[in-house]
Structure formats: C-alpha cells, structure tokens
Design a protein around this ligand. Structure first.
Ligand SMILES: C[S@@+](CC[C@H](N)C(=O)[O-])C[C@H]1O[C@@H](n2cnc3c(N)ncnc32)[C@H](O)[C@@H]1O
Length: 299
C-alpha cells in the first residue's frame, strides 16, 4: 500500500509512519509530480500557505490517488486552513471538515472523476516569468520578482573572486550577479527548496556552478571557500525565526577559509550583529536602505 505524506503535520494529527515524503522542502523526498497517477491508496498533505501552490499540491495528490483513495488535508486556520474546504469542493469533491488545534482538517474520498485538476496543475507549474526573464514557480521565495533585499545586495557587491557559495539561492537571482565577475572560478548554489534549485538550474547555465538541494545548516563545513553571498531565510514553517539566519551566519563562517568574505543582506530589524561579530574577524556595515542592511564580514 502506498501512502503519501507532504510536509510535517503536527503530531496531534497522527501522521502516517511508513509514508513516502513528497514535500519539496525536505531534501531527498519524492516529487509529487513524479508519483504515477492512480498509484496511491492514501495521502496526508500539510498544505502550504500560498493559494496557488496549495491548489497545485492538492491537484497533484488527487492525481496520484486511486479512485476510492483517502485524501487528508490539514492547514493552520490562518494560513489557508479556512479556505481548504472551499478549495476542495471546487474540485467537485465531497468534503468532511473538522477543526482541531488551530487547524482545519478536510478528508475526502477520491471519486472516479475530479474536476479542474489539469488547470490547477498548470497554474502552479514552473514558467518563464514575464518581465523577470527567469524561470520560477509559485511557492519559491519571491517567485515572480526580485526581492528588494537581493536587489540592494546586488547593487553593493564588488566583483568577487575564487570559489564561493550562495546560501539559500532561490531561483538564482543573486548568483547571476556574482557570475558577472570573471575572477569567480566556482559557485555552489544551495537551497532547501527543490523547486528553487530546479529553477536555478534552468536560470544559471554557467559551467562554473554546481547545485545542492540541501539544508545549509547541515552541509559539511570544510573551511574552503573564498566568498559567500546570502540573503538568509528568516521564516521556518511560516513563523519568523531569527535563529535560522543566525545559524546561516555561523555556517558561513565554518564554510569560509581564513580571510574569506561573507556578503549578507538582512531585514533591518533582524539581530545579526552579535552573531557576525562573534564568527568573523572584521565586520563592516555597508548599507542601510529601504528596510534592509548589508554587511561585509571577513573571517
Ligand atoms: C530570503 S530567500 C533568498 C532567495 C534568493 N537568494 C534571492 O535572493 O531571491 C532565502 C532562501 O533560503 C532558502 N532556505 C530556507 N531555509 C533553508 C535552509 N535551511 N537551507 C537552505 N536554504 C534554505 C529558501 O528556500 C529561500 O529560497
């Protein structure tokens, strides 16, 4: 029996133990896109917060299920949960909806025919975004625009040299700027989001780059890099978490060789100075504009 799981629902919902993980945010998981249609008996989806991304994932899960298969969808009430029932009914489904622990839970049994699957899948699929001139996909960070923090960092970056990494590369906006310097010999693009890495692979077709679908916090730290650029994440599972950015800073220091340089952009209110000063020999605030701050830090 094949049971699919998407994300990490709270324990109170009793997630299945032996299930195939399909979240793009869990490195090594199976892509829902690749699950054979009609092959799964059951699926539990901890639904993502973006409406287009959510309908896309629900449609993929419904496509993967056999007729008669059970779809169990859970979402925090304030992050799409209150709309779940309506969204599932729009697929022509009969929905059993309950509320628990600030979440909504909707259970449906897949009928033979489901309405609107192809449209929801097409709406959430990767595309070349007009005006951005890059491939991206709903659900990826700032998927259809250049983040203002990234734009500010790009303005201040000097030509870098040697081997480096972009920690949390997204669809590759910053990497494209870094690679304009001919003195860059190698650039490693790392992101936790499979979709971001896949989009970066389409957008950054330079022979100096390599890609890692990985958690920056756990990549082996070999103190070998000349430079790092990063616009670190500060949300974990939807909630603001400054420790994530702080961990990126410590990990950047561990990945750099002595004398290596970190270029970082952060929202102004985030407390990264203590972490930077502790992990690096010299820290220079480079810019403070539009709600963002930029640091150069030398190990
Ligand atoms: C603020 S965004 C910056 C994205 C991209 N560099 C840009 O400028 O558009 C942070 C990125 O970090 C990724 N991320 C979040 N947690 C991560 C982790 N633990 N390890 C690696 N990447 C992570 C997110 O998926 C997101 O793409």
């Amino acid at each position: 029996m094949t049971t699919l799981l998407y994300g990490r629902p709270p324990a109170v919902f009793d997630p299945p133990g032996a299930a195939v993980q399909t979240s793009p945010l869990i490195p090594g998981s199976t892509a829902l896109e690749d699950v054979a249609p009609g092959s799964a008996e059951a699926a539990m989806i901890y639904a993502p917060p973006g409406a287009v991304e959510r309908r896309y994932s629900l449609a993929l899960a419904l496509r993967a299920l056999k007729p008669g298969g059970r779809l169990d969808v859970i979402a925090p009430k304030d992050k799409g949960g209150s709309r779940l029932g309506k969204e599932l009914k729009a697929f022509g489904l009969e929905v059993n909806e309950t509320a628990k622990a600030h979440h909504r839970r909707c259970v449906v049994i897949r009928p033979d025919a489901v309405e609107g699957l192809d449209a929801a899948i097409a709406q959430g699929a990767p595309r070349l975004v007009e005006g951005l001139d890059a491939w991206s996909q709903p659900g990826v960070f700032a998927w259809d625009r250049i983040d203002p923090g990234t734009a500010l960092l790009a303005q201040h970056l000097p030509p870098l040299k040697g081997t480096g990494a972009d920690l949390g590369c997204g669809f590759g906006a910053l990497a494209t700027v870094v690679l304009r310097s001919p003195a860059v010999t190698a650039l490693r693009l790392i992101d936790l989001d499979r979709r971001a890495v896949a989009m970066a692979q389409r957008n950054v077709t330079d022979e100096r780059v390599s890609f890692d679908w990985a958690d920056v916090r756990t990549v082996p730290a070999e103190a070998a890099l000349d430079f790092i650029v990063t616009n670190p994440p500060f949300h974990d599972g939807g909630a603001e978490d400054k420790r994530l950015g702080q961990k990126f800073i410590r990990q950047a220091a561990a990945l750099l060789k002595k004398g290596g340089v970190l270029w970082l952009v952060a929202n102004r209110h985030l407390p990264y100075e203590a972490e930077l000063n502790e992990a690096f020999k010299r820290v220079r605030p480079v810019a403070d504009a539009g709600g963002y701050k930029i640091f150069e830090a030398v190990k």
